[in-house]
Design a protein around this ligand. Structure first.
Ligand code: AMP
Length: 400
């Protein structure tokens, strides 16, 4: 029997999953990937082979819809039907917030579930959804090991000063500090940069995770020294629908002068801002690119996105004390050559120069032979969760 892992990433109405085989000591190997969408309403299930070929699908009408619990139990039954020579040995969960307490992935227990639930106010739009399948699996499949893998943990290497806000000490004691996110993505990039360019991996690197969520991370020798997201995943760069860093007084203005409730203000900043808010058109870079030639607002959204990336990159270069290379990743970073070209053009002062032909074909190396190098490297957060899950369950089963 091949030991198999399931990696789960739960959203408000979705549950994405990937199934990995664990073969010897090599990296876990992807077998199937799929998702449930529309949970709580009319729901759909779709699973594909590694090649992208459709393997199976199902639908539930709204009146007979399934929730996260129903989806997870459907997945476990589906795996039993399809598992062939496989035996499910663990589930790895993506958890956005590990707070101060979790600097590494951890085996799920009653105590861990309770501690993670207490962090929900720090990531109200992500954490409760992440925890739903974990609570269900822990309750319904109590003998199956579960591992929580955190987006914040990678940033625990940062200095205390890098994680502080200039706020009263009592607020820091309550956990109001910079945490940083997208750590599973940065962990993956740091792990593979060694194969692409070992010298660069040992140096000063900025990774630009530019997707629907977007952030930058300054890596020194592969460890995080600073990042653009802070207390929440709202900070830093403008994103698809999130505003990124804004003056905190704007929130008081929204509450007092615009008459927003706290929930309404939160919804505007998380879901109606960023590329969508500026363009009044779309949060999707492909749509903005299509309309940019004739639509001024679409152009402004893209220009602001690039401008903010350049401003924040300058700040991270200062935190690193220099720059040896820049890595682009995630949906926009991996696919939008024009954004990469604009960012590299704005960093000539930092020693970057674009190889236009390499950039138009996606690299992986997209810089000319200048002092600093630029790369395009597809991220793989699920593989990091699979690696971490394997390592935690292996350590847990080793004799002490
Ligand atoms: P992610 O959250 O990593 O899936 O990234 C989503 C973002 O990547 C969206 O803004 C997409 O428009 C963008 N994206 C995906 N593919 C492309 C592409 N071929 N060209 C430009 N942007 C893309």
């Amino acid at each position: 029997m091949i030991p198999t892992l399931v990696v789960l990433n739960a959203g408000s109405s979705s549950l994405k999953f990937q199934v990995f085989d664990m073969v010897d000591r090599a990296d876990p190997e992807l077998v199937w990937r799929g998702q449930y969408e529309g949970l709580g309403r009319a729901a759909r299930f779709r699973v594909t082979q590694k090649s992208g070929a459709l393997l199976d699908q199902a639908e539930w009408a709204a009146e007979r819809g399934i929730d996260h619990e129903g989806a997870l139990m459907h997945l476990v039954a589906w795996l039993q039907q399809y598992r062939n020579e496989r035996s499910l040995v663990a589930i790895g969960h993506r958890v956005v917030h590990g707070g101060d307490a979790f600097a590494a992935p951890v085996l799920v227990s009653d105590e861990v579930v309770a501690k993670l639930a207490k962090l929900a106010p720090l990531a109200p739009l992500h954490q409760p959804h992440n925890l739903k399948p974990m609570e269900v699996a822990h309750r319904r499949l109590p003998t199956l090991p579960q591992v929580a893998c955190f987006d914040t943990a990678f940033h625990h290497t940062q200095s205390e000063i890098a994680t502080m806000f200039a706020l009263p000490r009592t607020m820091r004691d309550r956990g109001v500090r910079r945490y940083g996110f997208h750590g599973l993505s940065y962990d993956y990039i740091a792990s593979v940069l060694k194969d692409h360019d070992p010298q660069l991996a040992a140096g000063k690197v900025i990774v630009a995770h530019l997707g629907n969520g977007a952030s930058l991370c300054a890596l020194s020798g592969g460890t995080s020294v600073a990042t653009t997201m802070g207390f929440s995943a709202l900070d830093g760069l403008p994103m698809g629908t999130r505003c990124g860093a804004i003056d905190a007084s704007i929130v008081f203005y929204m509450l007092r002068e615009m008459g927003c409730t706290a929930d309404e203000a939160e919804r505007i900043l998380y879901t109606q801002s960023g590329l969508l808010g500026v363009s009044s058109l779309s949060n999707d870079m492909r749509t903005l690119r299509t309309h940019a030639p004739s639509n001024t607002e679409a152009r402004k959204a893209i220009d602001l996105f690039v401008y903010r990336i350049l401003r924040e990159t300058g700040s991270l270069i200062a935190a690193l004390g220099g720059l040896d290379g820049l890595v682009f990743t995630a949906g926009i970073g991996e696919n939008d050559a024009a954004t990469r070209a604009a960012v590299v053009a704005g960093l000539t002062w930092a020693g970057l120069e674009l190889d236009e032909a390499a950039n138009s074909t996606g690299g992986p190396k997209i810089s000319s032979s200048s002092s600093a190098s630029a790369w395009v490297i597809p991220t793989n957060e699920e593989l990091v969760i699979a690696r971490q899950t394997r390592d935690v369950i292996s350590a847990a089963t080793l004799p002490h």
